[in-house]
Design a protein around this ligand. Structure first.
Ligand SMILES: [Zn+2]
Length: 117
């Protein structure tokens, strides 16, 4: 029997943090609240190629970070809805119970250790 209450708390805390981080690097898309777009400030008004290159690089980095955070947020949200549905802690691949150690390490895990991607 999995103690979902503990994991639920962890997941809710993580979700809060992720949303905070996403708000600082990304902009929530009004049409799809689950989709975040990296903030894009226009490169400084300058002809200096180095300044422009730096600004573009920063935008690239933010894109990557936004994607990572968005993916993580999706996993956490999915785990929370599995708690609501009463299916939390079962492997999406084989339907077996996910090892406690794995859930302790990652409460948002979708699969058992054998079916880790
Ligand atoms: Zn499995």
């Amino acid at each position: 029997m999995i103690e979902t209450q503990t994991y639920k708390q962890k997941l809710e805390e993580e979700r809060k943090l992720l949303v905070q981080e996403l708000s600082s690097v990304g902009v929530k898309q009004p049409r799809n609240p689950a989709d975040w777009e990296a903030r894009e400030e226009a490169p400084a008004d300058t002809a200096d190629i180095h300044v422009v290159a730096d600004a573009l690089e920063e935008v690239e980095e933010r894109h990557g970070l936004t994607d990572t955070l968005e993916q993580r947020l999706a996993d956490v949200t999915a785990a929370l809805s599995r708690i609501e549905e009463g299916t939390y802690g079962t492997c999406e691949q084989c339907g077996k119970e996910i090892e406690k150690e794995r859930l302790d390490a990652n409460p948002a895990a979708r699969t058992c250790t054998a079916h880790m991607a």
